[in-house]
Structures are given as structure tokens and as C-alpha cells.
Write a protein that binds this ligand. Structure first.
Ligand code: FES
Ligand SMILES: [Fe+2]
Length: 363
């Protein structure tokens, strides 16, 4: 009998065996990865205050169920919400400080995802096995961040906050919302500054400036700017997309006089996929302002500005949630949509690369 090997077969075997994405028991395609979220990067998971001491909080992120809990020292841990024995959710079990006891048959899993006790059969081979996925977690900027690995072998990259959030001269407020729309719609929305002059025309911050513009993409060593060529400092006139240890967008919108002293209104934005159709949206609303002026701004924000910012964000949510699930198919794009086209290209390439890594075609 003769066998033939095609060039494709040879390529497919050079990298190694097929791997599973952490949290999935089936093989993922590039389309799945694009839908559920790209891996091997840091994501904001929840505002810190939403995981109280002694509580077990279930969340879905990137299509996987997780449980968040704090140990006795208050450090947050994040495990897949699935008992290694027969897959009961750990989040309905018992919080034992540095471990969770599963409700179904009592198996205990520690913060590293290792089974430390099988009370129904002491000494069984499951004891000592690291059988539950445990993510590396950092709390910063009032938020719980986790490195979401592609495979079990993925090593966390260094955790680096966006510039504005690590700058002591910048004051900020975090903001969290869940939107019933795919995360890619959020990215498209923020890479499309022109919607500010229409959708947000009646808002407190985006009423000014021209309703027509030309845009350009300006490359940087960490991503790109998408900016108006003929207007700056009037409306939502530019956005920067940054690929760091986490993906985020950075933008500025001028504040009106009555917003108190300080610099422009800066926004850092991130979207963490919940699943293919829902997103966890994180914003930090910032202002470069110090001393007593900082206190004035913080007071104004709490009493007056936050509500207005929420109203603007609701305008975005309303449109995105109302869009068809295939809203990004069969569009008629024009020059203002270069940023959208570009971000889609970036993520399509990432998804293909990660699918090839899972398929063992790339190492
Ligand atoms: S399913 Fe958790 S102990 Fe059996
Ligand atoms: Fe908007």
C-alpha cells in the first residue's frame, strides 16, 4: 500500500499536537476565538468592590464560567467554575478561605486549582492534581484584572496599566456596565469617533464642531491613532488604540467651562467579552488635575457629571444592543470607517494566529 503526504499535512504536523483553549473542551476555530474573545492578554473582569470578603462570585468571561473569591488576606483568586470531579459549579459550594468545597461530593479545590481533598475517598488519585484552571489575577485601578491564557502552557505577560491610570497627576473614576452586544461592536464604536457629532450631538460634551470631517490613521509603536485631519480639541476628534499587555482605547473630549478646573476629559475604555453576544464594558473617566482643583472636579463628578456621562454611554448602548447580530456584514463603509476596518483586520489576524496555535500549526 502506498501513502501520500501532501504539503499541507506536513505543515500541520510541524508545530505539535492540537491543544484546547483554557475553559473549553471542544476545539475552537478562528471564528470562535473572534466571537468569544482573543486570549493571551489581560482583561478587566469586575470592579473590585463587586467581590466581597467571604463571597463567591460567578462570572462568565470569554465564554467560560469562572468563580472569583478572596482568601483570608483579601487576595482575589479566579478559578474555572467547574469542579474537576463531575463539573458542578464551584460557586455554589462552600468558601473555606483558601479553598472551595464542592457542594456535590465535597471535593476541595485550592486557589491554584489543585484538588487538596476528596473526602468521599481519601488518598484517591485526584488528590494533588491541578485539575481546575486558575488564572493570574491583579487588582489595580479599583478593578480585578486577569490574564486569560490561550492554552495551559501560556505564560502571563507583565501587567501594565494604561498610561492615564498609572499617572499620579491624573484623577479617575471607574465605570462598569454590561451590554447585550458582541464585544467587537464596542471596539467598532470607539474606533468610530464621528458618531460623537451625531449620536451624542445633544450631550453636554459633544455638541460642538463640524459634522463632516476627514480622518487618517497614524501608526504608533503600540497601535494606531484614528483622528480627524481638520479638527482637534472640539469634539470626539481622535482615538488611540493601544496593544499593550491589555488592549484598550484612549480618547479625550473637551470639558465645558462649567465642568470645573483641570484638563480635558480623558477616557480609557476596554471591552471584555462575556460570551459571543454580551460584553463587560469598562471605562475610566479621567482628568489631569491636582490639589484643591482635584477635589472640586471629584465633587462635581459625583454630584453632576457622572449622571451626564452615563446618559452619553446609554446612547451608545442603545444603538449597539439594537443592531442585528450580523450588523457588521454587508455594510457600506466610507472614509470615516477606516478605523473600524483597521481594528477588524487586527483582530481577524489575531484570531487566525491563535487558532493556528491551537491546531498545533504554530508554536
Ligand atoms: S462534582 Fe464536585 S465533588 Fe463531585
Ligand atoms: Fe459614543
Amino acid at each position: 500500500m502506498t501513502t501520500t503526504t501532501s504539503a499541507t499535512d506536513t505543515t500541520a504536523r510541524t508545530g505539535g499536537p492540537r491543544k484546547k483553549a483554557v475553559g473549553f473542551r471542544r476545539d475552537l476555530t478562528a471564528e470562535d476565538l473572534a466571537a468569544y474573545g482573543l486570549r493571551d492578554r489581560w482583561y478587566p473582569i469586575l470592579p473590585s468592590h463587586m467581590v466581597a470578603a467571604g463571597e463567591m462570585k460567578k462570572v462568565t468571561r470569554l465564554g467560560v464560567d469562572w468563580v472569583l473569591f478572596r482568601n483570608a488576606q483579601g487576595k482575589v483568586h479566579m478559578l474555572e467554575d467547574r469542579c474537576p470531579h463531575r463539573s458542578a459549579p464551584l460557586s455554589i459550594g462552600q468558601h473555606l478561605g483558601d479553598r472551595i468545597a464542592c457542594k456535590y461530593h465535597g471535593v476541595q479545590v485550592d486557589t491554584t486549582g489543585t484538588v487538596v481533598s476528596v473526602p468521599g475517598m481519601p488518598g484517591c488519585a485526584l488528590e494533588g492534581k491541578r485539575a481546575t484552571a486558575s488564572l493570574t489575577v491583579v487588582e489595580a485601578a479599583d478593578t480585578i484584572f486577569a490574564f486569560v491564557p490561550l492554552t495551559e502552557e501560556s505564560e502571563p505577560t507583565p501587567f501594565v496599566l494604561p498610561d492615564r491610570l498609572s499617572d499620579s497627576e491624573v484623577s479617575w473614576f471607574g465605570n462598569f456596565a454590561e451590554w447585550a452586544g458582541p464585544w467587537r461592536f464596542y471596539m467598532d464604536n470607539v474606533l468610530d469617533p464621528m458618531h460623537g457629532a451625531f449620536l451624542h450631538r445633544d450631550s453636554h460634551s459633544m455638541f460642538g464642531g463640524d459634522v463632516s470631517a476627514r480622518f487618517r490613521i497614524r501608526e504608533t509603536d503600540r497601535g494606531f491613532f484614528f483622528e480627524k485631519t481638520d479638527q482637534r480639541g472640539v469634539n470626539f476628534d481622535w482615538v488611540e488604540y493601544v496593544r499593550g499587555s491589555m488592549d484598550y482605547v484612549d480618547l479625550e473630549i473637551p470639558y465645558a467651562e462649567n465642568a470645573g478646573p483641570g484638563g480635558v476629559f480623558g477616557i480609557v475604555g476596554m471591552a471584555t467579552p462575556i460570551d459571543a453576544n454580551n460584553s463587560a464594558i469598562f471605562h475610566w473617566r479621567t482628568r489631569r488635575v491636582q490639589g484643591w482643583e482635584r477635589e472640586v472636579w471629584r465633587f462635581l463628578y459625583r454630584t453632576r457629571l457622572e449622571q451626564r456621562h452615563w446618559e452619553v454611554l446609554e446612547q451608545d448602548r442603545e444603538v449597539l444592543e439594537a443592531m442585528a447580530a450580523d450588523g457588521d456584514v454587508g455594510e457600506h463603509l466610507y472614509q470615516h470607517d477606516l478605523g473600524v476596518t483597521r481594528i477588524r483586520r487586527v483582530y481577524r489576524a489575531d484570531a487566525k494566529k491563535q487558532a493556528a496555535m491551537l491546531a498545533g500549526e504554530l508554536v
